[in-house]
Design a protein around this ligand. Structure first.
Ligand code: HEC
Length: 109
């Protein structure tokens, strides 16, 4: 019985440690921190919930068809009125922001 509990415990720790690869989906490492980053850098143009202001909404149309790679490329390079963020943010922050848009704002898996 003691060993069974230990096994259950180890399985739970293993599942946690594997994180996104185990689930196979996209997940933001720290939703609160990335959300704050989004509010600071993106919400003025894209809206607090991605509903669009100067920049387009993320929630309908073409942006909903973008791959994670395309979202990442746009944040890195910008276009038109949108500034490039590759010199303003760390690569990891940009990757997390792309996942944040994809998963938390657009609700895609
Ligand atoms: C100064 C305003 C502004 C800011 C700040 C800004 N954007 Fe944009 N964004 C735009 C505009 C305008 C477009 C449309 C691009 C074009 O016209 O070429 C755009 C396009 C995009 C697209 C592509 C949408 C699509 O599929 O066509 C993504 C993704 C995006 N922005 C994400 C972000 C993220 C994430 C941030 C914060 C790191 C951000 N933007 C900050 C104005 C902005």
């Amino acid at each position: 019985m003691k060993y069974l509990k230990l096994l259950v415990f180890l399985a739970a720790v293993g599942a946690l440690a594997c994180g996104e690869s185990a689930k196979g989906g996209i997940s933001v490492k720290d939703v609160a921190a990335t959300g704050a980053l989004y509010q600071q850098n993106c919400s003025a143009c894209h809206g607090i919930k991605g509903e669009g202001v100067v920049g387009p909404t993320f929630k309908t149309g073409v942006p909903m068809t973008r791959s994670l790679e395309q979202l990442t490329a746009q944040i890195n390079g910008g276009s038109g009125v949108m500034p490039a963020f590759k010199d303003k943010l760390q690569p990891d922050q940009i990757n997390e922001l792309a996942k944040y848009v994809y998963k938390e704002i657009q609700g895609r898996q």
